[in-house]
Design a protein around this ligand. Structure first.
Ligand SMILES: [Zn+2]
Length: 265
């Protein structure tokens, strides 16, 4: 019996970038608009936040923006992030605060997935358990990928460093999908109604990555074969279990999902 009750996709920002960042070696020069998503899962055992979006201040404070999103070093440019897209804002619309989060599950530690931790642990005695893979943390600390921002992966309270696949709660399971990053994880979610959902995370930015089995533009140590293997793994699980596989940065796909405050159940 699954513990998951409800699932809210949360649009935390949008990012305009070269499509080849999502589809490796394909469509360079074509710009796309991508949603940056987090997801809130309510379970009988507490609330799980899946990814946390960007650090608002790094985008909207000019001095910080010119440091972190300097076009000289960071070719993607800054996402667009509105005040009302910050996680505490969504939580307040549900009558909640960030103290109501029990687990923050990070698919990986890139800036658009881990940066918002400062908004999650924005209260005293933060007790959020932050789940991240050991390999992912080691890679982020190695400084070898520009999409890991410094001071987002250090000094956070209550990190729970995991190694491999595991169950977060009954019906909610972390699936190892390395390739985009060293320790990337996807998430299996069984809701009370309907087919199970697999959040691909950045294992598959776009539906096209799934359909055509094409690697994301950024691959850890350029190992695109590993990224494609992970896409195939997710497709196989989805086919075997009749689950729906959700891409993570696909604007057209996102428009088909429940729009906040509506939720999947
Ligand atoms: Zn991403």
């Amino acid at each position: 019996m699954t513990a998951a009750l409800k699932l809210w996709p949360l649009l935390t920002a949008t990012h305009r970038y070269d499509k080849s960042l999502s589809t490796r070696n394909r469509d360079a020069g074509k710009m796309i608009q991508a949603p940056i998503l987090a997801y809130l899962i309510e379970t009988t055992q507490g609330r799980i936040l899946v990814d946390v979006g960007c650090d608002f201040s790094k985008i909207n404070t000019p001095a910080k923006a010119s440091h972190y999103y300097n076009p000289q070093t960071f070719e993607f440019g800054a996402p667009e992030m509105l005040e009302e897209q910050r996680l505490p804002h969504y939580f307040s619309r549900l009558g909640l605060t960030m103290a109501d989060v029990d687990v923050a599950f990070l698919t990986h530690l890139h800036f658009d997935h881990a940066g918002g931790l400062c908004d999650v642990c924005n209260h005293e005695n933060c007790r959020v358990e932050v789940h991240v893979q050991k390999e992912e943390l080691d890679a982020a600390n190695s400084g070898s990928d520009v999409a890991y921002f410094d001071n987002e992966v250090i000094a956070q309270a209550n990190w729970k460093v995991m190694d491999g696949e595991y169950e977060i709660a009954p019906g909610v399971r972390a699936i190892a999908t390395p390739g985009h990053t060293a320790g990337h994880m996807s998430l299996w979610i069984e809701l009370p109604k309907g087919a199970p959902i697999i959040l691909a995370g950045d294992a598959a930015d776009l539906q096209e990555n799934i359909n055509d089995e094409i690697a994301p533009g950024i691959c850890w140590q350029e190992n695109d074969a590993l990224a494609i293997e992970s896409i195939r793994k997710l497709k196989k699980i989805a086919a075997q279990e009749s689950a729906n596989l959700w891409p993570n940065h696909d604007l057209n796909f996102w428009r088909t999902l429940k729009q906040f405050p509506e939720f999947h159940e």
